[in-house]
Design a protein around this ligand. Sequence first.
Ligand code: NI
Length: 170
Amino acid sequence: MALRQILEFPDLRLRKVAKPVADVDDTIRRLIDDMFETMYEAQGIGLAATQIDVHLRVVVIDLQNEINEPLIMINPEFEVLTQEIDEMQEGCLSVPGIYEVVKRPEHIRVRALNRVGNTFELEAYGLLAVCIQHECDHLNGKLFVDHLSNLKRSRIRSKLTKQKRAEAAI
Ligand code: NI
């Protein structure tokens, strides 16, 4: 296993649309292992392959509670099952230190492939539903800050760009 570097907003590589995985083989399983290791090291609860500059439709999630096991989703697709909207504060390993409230449907059904390439379906509510939608956004080149106003997003962009410059100067 290996730690991978996590891309940070406004890096344009986060905007690439990921391709479906054709074969769930050992290369994909190694990618999944690296993604879990990278996510745990960064203390995140979800990571999309896009965030480590691998543009394949692979997501890992671990809410670190007793209800949900660590989750692997390859080629995930979800449908919304409710008009109820959750307002939850979101953060993202690719947008470090920024937390903002985002509105998303609170009940979805997701279909994906697992670690051995079998299809499974899962109904998700609340935090898990939010997390799955957030990670699926990444696969489509979208970030949670895209759900905010232009003004908020440009403030976040300049804050993170300044931070990067300060780090580079040290
Ligand atoms: Ni994220």
